[in-house]
Write a protein that binds this ligand. Structure first.
Ligand code: MGD
Ligand code: MGD
Ligand code: MO
Length: 820
């Protein structure tokens, strides 16, 4: 029996495998000469591009001509396809293979896998589904995780997994997401929609009308590099104009951020430093100034809002806490001087001001509050619904703010069981458990099944999950507090992962199935998630590598095991599906947006719908708040929410309030012991964990082969750390190795490790040192509040020291190897 005994040696293997796959391809780029091979077109989160394929390999990539601002991350694509971390064949954790669901789960993550055939792997998968549905019930199965599956409407892998599992039986579902969990829960109460996923005021309107643009915890230049559908990068044209207008003194742009962001540096605009997690005091003090200096729009509050009178006593110190939210009060918490706060308030009130918020700020404890208070500020300024005024919560995301063409994009592979069909196991009996849980609380559920929690006005009872299936997501990157997660995983009987690369999620699984990448299948996608600029063909570049298969094939084969494969695929193959999805899209766009027949489209690779009309968010509401009422309970902007007030939550009350965090730097709780705030922002050169396994590309930013940790010169000096040093970052939850990058973009007390760095513990034990630098080794796993129960990753304090121990090899990459 071929057993992988190559336990934590991937540091060594990685270079070995790189010799096998990487450089030989690079060589072929050189040898192939300029013009050999065939150019194909495809789309991705990173944008559309053309790829030259020669000798069955992708040898060159160039951005799509329409993309005027391509991302540097395209340089990582070939390394993603030909990564030494690719999963080559189906594999099963050795101990699980021997003992099945009675395996020693403390050994999960020990990197001992054996290779099995596809048939055997899928039989095991199916047997486990059967066992869990018959010996427990739908409450014992969780297949609800979702994530940044690669693009393409047909092969959208989460849908494939969901549909196949749903055809077999029911299971626990999730609500919310990691991106905007707090924001998307609070804002419907306040502004009547999630806002975060809604189209925003067009950039052209902002450029034309705004005199002040406030980027509040928003880094669009970094974050617009990727999009949910194939990204167009159209927003960058507007950012370029914003830069020009800022330089010409026509628009004053201010970035309110503890860190000098990529955007701030690109725009060369002002930075307003604020202490991390202390935006609420700053906002309250701005509101206080607006009120005291009569700079607020009373008429707007009367006509469009409810509950300012309930909020006012809190602002003025007449509420229970007896604290007036003066700039002087705020200054000591937020680190912005009182006169500067007043100046900021005056500037906002005396000019057409567009507030633009990012999402990081709501990925912290009480993350609901800054979003609610942002809306209150915007309401007091009275510019909501005016061009270039009001508030936006998403101009850093997927080219929101580029007008929508109005055309419809292609539909996708169905996620659910077909109408009038039932799953093989029909039971909908979840015992006394909830069938849906807030997504960021699933590890809590593993640890405390049966526990009742409050969530958004209701109660949730954690189910007793025994089996977990992951596809198109990487929970061993995206979830907080790795050591706690390790403990929780010991409770699972069976874990199944479908991926194309050996993520930590795969390593902590029992059955690992190799999917192929998006570049190894044919698909179509909308070009421009919100702009709907066109439809792009995703032509298969190369055949699936090793034994990998499309998710479509994998789950069709799984369904065959219970006689539902034909129903699953609707007896259509890949190209038949694509033609159908495209033709349905073409039909629905007639006659306004003419599209050629499928064959022509596929050959040409792209069809364009053209640009949409500029638009102003909430303009209709402003025009007539009765007819165009908001989706809030009252139809108005709710500064005070009766509904939330009735929930009686101390951590999310009837109006926005300042609540101290469980961990906060700059004199806040816990900072005496762990003085540094760690922000785990979204990576500049990755999409979460995607591309981290792209060897040569990773080497462009790593420090001594580790993930960089950005640190201020002051903090580095105080710890005798120099740029390029190997450091240990730690707190009571965990420890990791990283490479120091000393940068004056960071103020004292603030460090950054970008999320998505692959987890590579020295071994499977709890507390083990992470050898590469996954920030979620250190983050806190608590809900934002009882309202949203969302992720609070950015409420996290750490300490850092120069690493004096032996430089342990990086174990994160390469995956287990078969030794036989
Ligand atoms: N500390 C901290 N943690 C965070 C965040 C943070 O800011 N700080 N951000 C959070 C946010 S906003 C998000 S959105 C999440 C992101 O979390 P995820 O979406 O889980 O992260 P990805 O790395 O994109 O994981 C996608 C996985 O799907 C796999 N995959 C891609 N395409 C396919 C496919 O076609 N088939 C199959 N089978 N697999 C595929 C990829 O290889 C990869 O392993 O992380 C969250 N976690
Ligand atoms: N390149 C790239 N782009 C991406 C992604 C990616 O992985 N890579 N992921 C995409 C996804 S899924 C998402 S959810 C979005 C995430 O979008 P966001 O969550 O908005 O992005 P972040 O980069 O985490 O943080 C943005 C800024 O917030 C600041 N910030 C953090 N905490 C505070 C605070 O307490 N106060 C203030 N004032 N500022 C603060 C940070 O310093 C940073 O400059 O990005 C999307 N875009
Ligand atoms: Mo996200």
């Amino acid at each position: 029996m071929p057993v992988s005994r190559r336990r934590f040696l991937s540091g060594i293997l990685t270079s070995g495998a790189a010799v096998m796959v990487g450089p030989s391809l690079l060589a072929s780029k050189v040898q192939a000469g300029e013009a050999s091979g065939r150019w194909k077109i495809t789309g991705s989160h990173w944008g559309a591009f053309r790829a030259r394929v020669y000798g069955g390999k992708v040898v060159e990539i160039k951005p799509f001509e329409q993309d005027r601002y391509p991302t540097d991350m395209l340089n990582g694509i070939r390394g993603l396809i030909y990564s030494p971390s690719r999963i080559r064949y189906p594999m099963v954790r050795y101990d699980w293979y021997l003992k099945r669901h009675k395996s020693d789960t403390t050994k999960r993550g020990d990197n001992r896998f054996i290779r099995v055939t596809w048939d055997e792997a899928l039989d095991l998968f199916y047997e486990e589904l059967e066992r869990v549905q018959t010996s427990y019930g739908p409450w014992a199965l969780f297949a609800g995780q979702s994530g940044w599956r690669q693009t393409g409407q047909l092969h959208s892998c989460g849908n494939h997994m969901q549909r196949a599992v749903a055809m077999h039986g029911n299971s626990v579902k999730k609500v919310g997401d990691y991106s905007t969990g707090a924001g998307q829960t609070i804002l419907p109460y306040v502004l009547g929609s999630t806002e975060v996923y809604a189209q925003g005021t067009s950039w052209s309107k902002i450029l034309e009308h705004s005199k002040v643009v406030i980027l509040w915890a928003s880094d669009p230049v970094k974050n617009l590099q990727v999009g949910w559908n194939c990204e167009t990068h159209e927003s960058y044209a507007y950012l370029e104009q914003l830069k020009q207008k800022a330089a010409a003194g026509e628009i004053r742009v201010i970035s309110i951020d503890p860190v000098r962001s990529k955007t701030q540096k690109y725009l060369d605009c002002e930075q307003r430093y604020v202490n991390p997690q202390a935006d609420l005091p700053l906002m309250l003090a701005i509101a206080h100034t607006l009120y005291k200096e009569k700079l607020y729009d009373e008429k707007f509050l009367d006509t469009y809002c409810l509950g300012f009178d309930r909020f006012l006593p809190y602002l003025l110190g007449e509420a229970e806490d007896k604290t007036e939210k003066t700039p002087e009060w705020a200054a000591s918490i937020c680190g912005v001087q009182a006169d500067e706060i007043r100046a900021l308030a005056r500037l906002m009130a005396n000019n057409r001001t567009q507030l633009i918020f990012g999402w990081c700020i709501q990925r912290q404890q009480h993350g609901e509050q800054p979003y609610w208070m942002g809306a209150v500020l915007a309401a007091m300024l009275g510019q909501i619904g005016l061009p270039g005024g009001g508030i936006s919560y998403a101009h850093h995301y997927s080219s929101i703010g580029v007008s929508s063409s109005g055309a419809s994009g292609p539909g996708g592979f169905p996620r659910n069981v077909d109408k009038f069909k039932k799953p093989r196991h029909e039971s909908e009996d979840f015992k006394h458990y909830s069938s849906t849980i807030p997504v960021a609380r699933w590890v809590d559920a593993l640890l405390e099944p049966g526990k009742e929690i409050e969530y958004n006005g209701s109660k949730v009872t954690y189910p007793d999950i025994k089996m977990l299936i992951m596809s198109g997501c990487n929970p061993w990157h995206h979830h907080q507090d790795k050591n706690r997660m390790k403990l929780a995983f010991q409770k699972l009987e069976t874990v199944i992962a479908v991926d194309f690369t050996w993520t930590a999620s795969c390593r902590f699984s029992d059955i690992v199935l190799p999917a192929c990448t998006q570049f190894e299948r044919n698909d179509i996608d909308l070009y421009g998630s919100y702009s709907g600029k066109g439809v792009i063909a995703m032509q298969k570049l190369v055949d699936p590598l090793f034994q990998s298969k499309t998710d479509f094939e994998i789950f069709t084969a799984l369904c065959r095991r219970f006689g539902r494969d034909k129903e699953y695929s609707r007896k259509k193959n890949e190209m038949e599906w694509l033609e159908e999805l495209y033709e349905a899209c073409r039909e629905s766009n007639q006659p306004k947006f003419p599209m050629p027949p499928f064959r022509t489209f596929w050959r040409e690779g792209y069809v364009e719908f053209g640009a949409g009309k500029p638009w102003v968010r909430h303009a209709d509401f402003r025009e007539d708040p009765e007819i165009n009422s908001l989706g809030t309970p009252s139809g108005f902007i709710e500064i005070f929410s009766r509904k939330i007030d009735r929930y009686g939550y101390s951590d999310c009350q009837g109006h926005p309030v300042w609540l101290e965090k469980s961990e906060r730097s700059h004199g806040g709780p816990g900072s005496d012991k762990f003085p540094l705030w760690m922000q785990s922002c979204h990576p500049d050169q990755r999409l979460h964990s995607q591309l981290c396994d792209s060897e040569e590309y990773r080497a462009t930013y790593t420090v001594q082969g580790r993930e960089p940790v950005y640190i201020s010169p002051q903090d580095a000096k105080a710890r005798e750390i120099e740029d390029g040093d190997l450091v240990r970052v730690y707190n009571e939850r965990g420890q990791l190795l990283a490479g120091a990058r000393v940068s004056d973009d960071y103020p004292e007390g603030v460090i950054r490790i970008q999320e998505g760095a692959w987890y590579g513990p020295v071994d499977e034990t709890i507390g083990a040192l992470d050898t590469y630098g996954d920030p979620n080794t250190l983050t806190q796993d608590i809900g934002t509040s009882r309202l949203a129960q969302a992720v609070s990753a950015n409420t996290c304090l750490v300490e850092i020291e120069k690493y004096s121990g032996q430089a342990t090899a990086v174990t994160a990459f390469g995956g287990p190897e078969e030794t036989a």
